[in-house]
Design a protein around this ligand. Structure first.
Ligand SMILES: Nc1nc2c(ncn2[C@@H]2O[C@H](COP(=O)(O)OP(=O)(O)OP(=O)(O)O)[C@@H](O)[C@H]2O)c(=O)[nH]1
Ligand SMILES: [Mg+2]
Ligand SMILES: [Zn+2]
Length: 309
């Protein structure tokens, strides 16, 4: 039998067949992964073949079908192992809140970089606009302008009041959409607003730490009445990058590429070289300083320090 993994707990999986039946599945003892050192061999969105064990009514997963794509991050900051967030996705959607909890531009840029490296189009959703005062709103407008110009669609909205939800729905209908972001930014609340009746559990951000409480604990894929799916995922703290060759990083900062062609050295790292057109563009304001700072932080990341440029 064949189906798509719609829920993953790590020890068992819920697989939906083409006929719409959902079957609880486990992994066959020794399971060959696709050469990725990952804490989870199978992720939500994977298409799998399994054998139904008639007596227990559960399936044994034998193989994963070739993935069209996947999004991956380091399991923990210091780990060399990776965690596949989801597979076979059309849009990687980062849900951001500017206050309570705060999402940093560094986190956003790491997420975008990874999605670029894995050829997955990304969308930025700025949730909780009902909480924004004038200062935060100005901040949001600025980020929205910057990222839209680079080519990332931005959707300011409120899962609470419903403002802005319709235009996001138009964008994501008939697609498989991954929702990721820090705990407490409102991923599950937003999915409830998009697909009434789901009643996903949400919980308040802690007053003292201003952080979420990790309410969603397993990735799960939900079908939408408007067509397509949303994958809700547990909140993540950081976005550790994996499998990058440092010299590839500039090409994933999309707005750098048109300037990089004019750098004096073809292998310019845009850090210290003379006649660097990217640095010039940062100075003139054509490239946003925060994007450049995040670029520098990423290439100086511990992960890269073992590998010389
Ligand atoms: N004011 C306001 N609060 C919101 C909005 N969206 C979500 N919240 C609240 O934010 C809190 C966290 O929402 P969740 O949906 O549980 O957040 P999450 O991103 O799913 O968090 P994890 O499952 O822990 O990763 C809840 O108290 C929600 O009611 C919004 O647009 N405005
Ligand atoms: Mg949640
Ligand atoms: Zn340069």
């Amino acid at each position: 039998m064949e189906g798509i993994v719609i829920k993953s707990t790590g020890s068992w999986y819920l697989v939906q067949t083409q006929e719409g039946e959902t079957i609880k599945c486990k992994l066959k003892g020794r399971f060959k992964t696709q050469g990725i050192k990952s804490t989870n061999p199978i992720a939500v969105g994977d298409v799998v073949s399994f054998v139904l064990q008639k007596e227990e009514g559960i399936g044994l997963i034998k193989t994963i079908h070739q993935r069209r794509n996947y999004l991956i991050r380091k399991a923990t900051k210091l780990s060399s192992r990776s965690h596949i967030i989801a597979a076979n996705i059309d849009y990687a959607i980062l849900v951001i809140s500017l206050a309570f909890p705060r999402t940093s531009s560094g986190f956003i840029d790491r997420f975008l970089l990874s999605a670029e490296a894995y050829h997955i189009p990304s969308i930025l959703v700025f949730n909780k606009i009902d909480l924004n005062d004038a200062e935060l709103q100005a901040h949001l407008d600025e980020w929205s302008r910057i990222y839209t110009k680079i080519g990332y669609p931005c959707f300011p909205l409120s899962a609470k009041t419903g403002e802005g939800i319709e235009s996001l729905k138009k964008k994501i209908q008939n697609k498989t959409n991954l929702f990721s972001g820090h705990s407490g930014v409102g991923k599950s609340a937003l999915i409830n607003a998009i697909q009434p009746g789901l009643q996903l559990i949400t919980s308040d951000v802690s007053d003292s730490t201003e952080k979420g409480t990790h309410t969603t604990t397993f990735a799960e894929m939900h079908p939408l009445d408007i067509g397509g799916y949303i994958i809700d995922t547990p909140g993540i703290k950081g976005f550790g990058l994996i499998d990058f060759i440092p010299k590839e990083v500039p090409s994933y900062f999309l707005e750098f590429t048109e300037y990089a062609a004019n750098c004096k050295f073809h292998n310019c790292t845009h850090t210290h070289e003379p006649n660097c057109a990217v640095i010039k563009a940062v100075k003139s304001g054509a490239i946003t300083q925060s994007r450049y700072n995040n670029y520098l932080a990423i290439i100086k990341d511990d992960y890269f320090s073992e590998k010389p440029y």
